[in-house]
Design a protein around this ligand. Structure first.
Ligand code: ME8
Length: 519
């Protein structure tokens, strides 16, 4: 058994009404960065993703495409997996809500909540928003600018089982108050408390009789379980709830559910209430990120990138053009993960050239050439503090600040700030290289020591950069290490983050890390 601390992280499960777009890629890449960061820093990670396959929206989509929902779901779930694999999403488990393991856990959870007296039979009279798979009041319809007659709104009148949601309002409020990290970032916590945990919170309808594409309600013919009750349960069914005690004991509660801010109510109100009703521990954190938005000529302000707005961008177009790792980097660097950010292709490409082939790529290749040319056998040794000048000491100090910022910012999904700091470090080394001009010093044998100390320190700085970049660009990180004659395998974060931890490095210039693009 491993004695590493565990870390269980989840993505939302994706509706299979359409193929993934750049907004989904942005979300899942941020989650992958977090999972890889945790592995790097010594955790045993379980990273869960998957697809949300039941409900009205999927049944309608399959019907429109003239196929059985199961066939449709198989096709689209395959597409999500394919794109995730190409984006280097390092998930450990992919759950589909049509799988028997999920079905079993959902039935068990339902029975547990029912046994607790929190489910009763009634009648739902009201509106249903098919796009969000959500029962919606007239006030909420007005707030969203929706009117009866809109395609996504349906009038419903049917027998339904209800969940005593309102009963848990106070317990959830208390939990949020006692656990300030439960909902992050802070603006999301405020939104949940103000907008969703209202005193007049109605009970929630949790079964449907007018559709049959879902998990049957245990012991109630004709009823299928409401798709959000079904979908939310994925987080525990993939951890063996009601089926595999060992798995469940090891992984639940999850450390973080990462979701978009549009599905806060479901994750911060419905889900905790369901878990409380079943006597299940709550997840440690729900992190609600922002959206990739688009500025469309003629449109007022920014719009969320979404299928219904017709403004989606296919992530694979960028993978073909700039490569998958640069895409991962740019999405995390250009946009603030916790908030909204405008997607702007021109600025992405400019940043690509400035920071990848030029900033990082050039620094690495010129350092490697200088070392190969000027140090015996291309070998650098650790540089003792007493041999350093102010310039190298500044590197060490900047590095230590960078590691501190990394360890603070990464767990909080502050990827943009962390990458900014790493690029600040690369810029610093580049600037000093231009000032020191080691290529000139190398012509004077009396300066051999100065050249050795300076280049050895830049090489050490680049080793550090390669280490910190691993969660964002795993292959580029490995290639930086390879250039320095090192392997990322078996590194121990606690040692590797220290300046001078490497011992001897045998440097060999490799092919360029990134190719420049025409703008
Ligand atoms: O809501 N920018 O699925 P979904 C950033 N099945 N994130 C975006 C985005 C954008 N432009 N567009 C979408 C569902 N997303 C449910 C979840 S979980 C038990 C069930 C994000 O496919 C969105 O915010 O509509 C959400 O977190 C995720 O994509 C899946 O959206």
């Amino acid at each position: 058994m491993s004695n590493k601390p565990t870390f269980y992280i989840t993505t939302p499960i994706y509706y299979v009404n359409d193929v993934p777009h750049l907004g989904h890629a942005f979300e899942v890449i941020g989650i992958d960065v977090q999972a890889r960061f945790r592995r790097l820093t010594g955790h045993e990670v379980r990273f869960l993703t998957g697809t949300d396959e039941h409900g009205q929206k999927i049944a309608d989509t399959a019907a429109r495409n003239g196929v059985h929902p199961r066939e449709w779901c198989d096709r689209l779930a395959g597409e999500f997996r394919r794109v995730w694999d190409l984006l280097k999403v390092s998930y450990d488990d992919f759950i589909r809500t049509t799988e028997p393991r999920h079905h079993e856990s959902v039935s068990k959870l339902w029975q547990k909540v029912e046994a607790n007296g929190d489910i009763y039979l009634g009648r739902y009279e009201g509106w249903y928003d098919v796009k969000e798979e959500s029962f919606i009041t007239e006030t909420e319809m007005k707030e969203k600018g929706l009117e009866p007659g809109n395609d996504r709104i349906k009038r419903m009148s049917e027998e339904a089982y209800f969940f005593r949601l309102g009963k848990y309002r106070e317990a959830i409020l208390r939990h949020i108050e006692e656990n300030p990290d439960f909902i992050q970032p802070e603006i999301r916590r405020n939104e949940v408390v103000k907008s969703f945990l209202r005193p007049d919170m109605p009970d929630l309808s949790i079964s449907r009789t007018s559709i049959d594409w879902g998990i049957p309600v245990p012991g109630a013919k004709g009823h299928v379980i409401y798709v959000w009750f079904d979908a939310l349960t994925n987080y525990i069914s993939a951890a063996g709830y009601g089926r595999d005690e060992e798995l469940y004991g090891k992984w639940w509660p999850a450390d973080v559910h990462v979701i978009g801010k549009d599905i806060l109510k479901f994750h911060c109100v419905y889900w905790p209430a369901m878990l409380l009703a079943a006597g299940v521990e709550l997840p440690r954190q729900v992190f609600g990120h922002g959206f990739i938005t688009v500025l469309r000529p003629g449109a007022e302000g920014e719009e969320k990138m979404s299928k219904s707005a017709g403004n989606t961008v296919d992530p694979m177009g960028y993978v073909d053009r700039i490569g998958v790792e640069p895409l991962r980097y740019l999405l995390m660097r250009e946009l603030n993960y916790g908030g909204d950010g405008i997607f702007n292709e021109h600025s992405m490409i400019q940043r690509y050239n400035a920071e990848l082939p030029n900033g990082l790529g050039n620094t690495l290749s010129r350092t490697a050439s200088l070392i190969e040319r000027n140090l015996p056998d291309g070998i650098v040794q650790p540089i003792p503090m007493e041999e350093m000048t102010e310039i190298e000491r500044e590197f060490v100090a900047f590095w230590e600040g960078t590691v501190a910022e990394y360890e603070r910012g990464m767990p909080r999904f502050e990827f943009q700030a962390v990458l900014g700091r790493i690029w600040g470090f690369i810029d610093l080394m580049n600037r000093r290289m231009n000032e020191v001009e080691p290529w000139k010093l190398a012509k004077d044998p009396a300066q051999a020591d100065r050249v050795r100390v300076f280049l050895g320190s830049v090489a050490e700085g680049l080793r550090g950069v390669g280490l910190l970049l691993h969660p964002f660009m795993p292959d580029a990180s490995a290639r930086i290490h390879e250039t320095l004659g090192l392997s990322l395998e078996d590194i121990r974060w606690k040692d590797a983050r220290n300046w001078g931890a490497h011992g001897e490095m045998r440097v060999r210039k490799g092919p360029p890390l990134f190719q420049k693009l025409e703008t």
